[in-house]
Design a protein around this ligand. Structure first.
Ligand code: SAM
Length: 243
């Protein structure tokens, strides 16, 4: 790749997040399936199916981790265009690269270890930037959103898929039970790692709700920002445009 890896200062939170994802990298699929009863696959499919994507586009999949989103993007793009997978964690990135390579997906894909808060790409470089289940792990979310806006070409689209705030009252107690009781136990059972799963549940709770994130995207310089709840707001897709 023609993009160099630039060393960036790493905060305590980033170190913790690094440990969490290094620890879960190999179990990542099972974890996602357990967390969401497999529904994350549908959320991701819908997310990618509704992205603004044209032939020959350059796409950055931020926090691309194990390559789920990139694989779906590639399905849509075929041999056209180019996808850069960016993730701060080398272990996640390696798992993603191996997976995509094993599926025969090699051409038009690049892997860049990078921090979303300080992207090693020039301005106006991508038609689409996607970030799925990544933003909540970022320490300085405003900086990450500003960076996304910076690297987008005019007319380009920013898309964030992230856990959000449950809007249905009946679902709230069940959701709490799942996050704080079921999830850590599943973590211990599946990965012998209750702490990482507890961290994940907590990071979901601390993540800004729909309207706050929408306002943050606007403040970061994105226009026509909107969101759409999936599964009663368990996750939301946020969209914004560079003008
Ligand atoms: N997008 C993938 C998916 O949907 O399956 C992976 C999501 S995973 C829950 C979160 C990813 O965010 C991890 O791979 C982690 O390394 C990455 N990440 C966390 N903080 C980051 C940062 N500051 N910059 C870039 N990636 C980051």
């Amino acid at each position: 790749t023609h993009f160099g890896f630039r060393e960036v200062p790493v905060s305590e939170k980033q170190k913790l997040v690094g440990q969490v994802f290094s620890s879960v990298a190999r179990n990542y699929d099972r974890m996602n399936d357990a967390m969401s009863f497999g529904i994350h696959r549908l959320w991701k499919r819908f997310f990618v199916a509704t992205c603004q994507l044209r032939k020959g586009d350059r796409v950055l999949d931020l926090a691309g981790g194990t390559g789920d989103i990139a694989a779906l993007l590639k399905e849509r793009m075929g041999d056209h265009g180019h996808i850069v997978l960016g993730d701060i964690n080398g272990d996640m990135l390696r798992v993603g690269r191996d997976r995509l390579t094993d599926r025969g997906l090699v051409r038009g894909l690049d892997y860049v270890q990078c921090n979303a808060e300080a992207l090693p790409f020039p301005d106006a470089n991508f038609d689409l930037v996607t970030m799925a289940f990544g933003l909540r792990n970022v320490t300085d979310k405003d900086a990450a959103l500003r960076e996304i806006a910076r690297v987008l070409k005019p007319g380009g689209q920013a898309r964030v898929l992230e856990f959000s705030t449950v809007t249905a009252d009946w679902l709230k107690p069940l959701y709490d039970l799942h996050s704080f009781q079921v999830l850590p136990r599943l973590g211990r059972l599946l990965a012998n790692d209750a702490d990482s799963y507890r961290y994940l549940a907590e990071s979901i709770r601390k993540h800004p709700p729909q309207d706050t994130l929408k306002a943050m995207m606007e403040a970061a310089g994105l226009a026509r920002c909107s969101y759409r709840n999936l599964t009663a707001g368990i996750v939301a897709i946020h969209t914004g445009y560079k003008v």
